[in-house]
Design a protein around this ligand. Structure first.
Ligand SMILES: [Mg+2]
Length: 411
């Protein structure tokens, strides 16, 4: 590895700790100290859990009945993406106070271009990261972990190395020491089969990975491996996507890892894909108008069905209903399936949507606003019960001018 200076480039990765469970704990102070599980759209499987639920052996993807048997005292809650989305937007608005160049990577993860930010705020990176963490916790009730390094891959590995609620700063000269303790399977983009291949070549740590000969890397993992190697060597080749164009579609698909005739199993996979799809739409503030559901048969033949929504939406309820409709049309008893997926098309920006005649979109929006306010107030004044009228009054009193850093005016 060529020696590089400490900060030829600076990128932060900010990642919420157990995001959905933390959101639930933030609005329900009575849940403090109890294991929390968030369930899939049909309450079939656990899609997220708090750190204590994790410690008690609950895994994501576990069927609810199994989790309930394992940890009966846990709180099992239906996912509420509108609310998670609002907290996510709040989190990103806090990040934008520090740097205008933010990539929304997912509902609970983002990257920040940190070049010049130290000079602007006159603080070292570690202090800035700690301050960002504390501010997010104070204003949203959610803890995050922050990693700062010279490339996006290193920043992500840094934040993951110290969870929950940690700060990890890896300057150029400390990369090798840092990578020696990172397993190859932890490198983003190295899944189970690639890790197994690397293990066969006696590559176990990210440091060994970054030192692989180019010709060997090219043969093992192709272009993607070469890019990862450069990123891990401190050469930034994967930039940030700060203003992504409107996507044509958003898709979630996967092989089920087995061939099955079970309608329950296929439905559970579709339900999981639905959650992930909605999470992405909400994070990126997008709506969809049409859902394509498909099943892949054992023969690799694909069969699909399109369902139009009544209105552009990112609502879990609406999209689940559409997926269910597609599934019922497509699934045939006795047939063998190996995969399934969902593709959302006719994408538009949520901000540009006009409320429909029946005010359905507004109805949903108002509810979330209120939940957030109750959330804020509960955090500020403890779990005192307050009437809805009082919530509105308090909210008006709380209105403060939005902070804007004068030097960060765009263009
Ligand atoms: Mg996270």
């Amino acid at each position: 590895m060529k020696t590089i200076s400490n900060w030829p480039n600076a990128i932060a990765h900010i990642d919420c700790d157990a995001f959905y469970a933390s959101c639930e704990a933030a609005r329900r102070p009575d849940l403090k100290g109890r294991p929390i599980c968030v369930l899939s759209s049909q309450n079939a499987i656990v899609v997220a859990r708090s750190y204590d639920a994790r410690a008690l052996g609950i895994t994501t993807g576990m069927p609810v009945w199994e989790a309930k048997k394992l940890v009966p005292q846990a709180e099992f809650l239906a996912a509420d993406f509108r609310y998670y989305g609002q907290l996510s937007h709040k989190l990103f608005s806090i990040l934008r106070r520090y740097s205008p160049d933010i990539e929304v990577y997912s509902i609970d993860e983002g990257f920040m271009d940190m070049n010049g930010i130290r000079t602007l705020w006159r603080k070292p990176f570690r202090q800035l990261a700690d301050e960002i963490r504390q501010r997010i916790e104070r204003e949203t009730g959610i803890t995050v972990s922050v990693g700062i390094s010279v490339t996006r891959t290193l920043a992500k590995l840094a934040s993951e190395s110290n969870k929950p609620n940690g700060t990890t700063v890896v300057p150029g000269r400390r990369i090798e020491r840092f990578l020696a303790d990172v397993a190859v399977s932890e490198i983003p983009g190295i899944g189970r089969s690639r890790a197994a291949l690397l293990h066969k070549c006696h590559i176990y740590t990210a440091l060994q990975f970054s030192r692989l000969e180019d010709t060997v890397m090219q043969r093992l993992l192709g272009r993607h491996g070469m890019l990862l190697k450069q990123e891990l060597s401190g050469i930034s080749v994967m930039g940030l996507e700060i203003n992504p164009p409107l996507p044509k579609s958003v898709a979630r698909t996967a092989s089920m890892g087995e061939v099955t005739t079970s309608s329950q199993l296929v439905a559970a996979h579709l339900s999981y894909h639905t959650m992930r799809l909605v999470s992405e739409l909400v994070a990126k503030q997008l709506f969809t108008r049409r859902i394509h559901v498909f099943l892949t048969l054992a023969t690799f033949e694909k069969r699909g069905s399109d369902i139009c929504l009544d209105l552009p939406s990112s609502s879990l309820k609406r999209i689940t209903a559409a997926v269910k409709k597609g599934f019922i049309t497509l699934f045939r008893a006795g047939e063998r399936y190996r995969g399934c997926g969902i593709v959302a098309t006719h994408i538009s920006r949520a901000a540009s949507a006009t409320p429909d005649l029946f005010g359905l979109m507004h109805e949903d929006g108002r509810q979330t606003e209120l939940m957030l306010t109750v959330n804020d107030i509960n955090r500020k004044y403890g779990d005192r019960t307050i009437s809805l009228a009082a919530v509105r009054r308090l909210k008006q009193q709380q209105k403060r001018p939005r902070f804007q850093y004068p030097l960060l005016v765009a263009n």
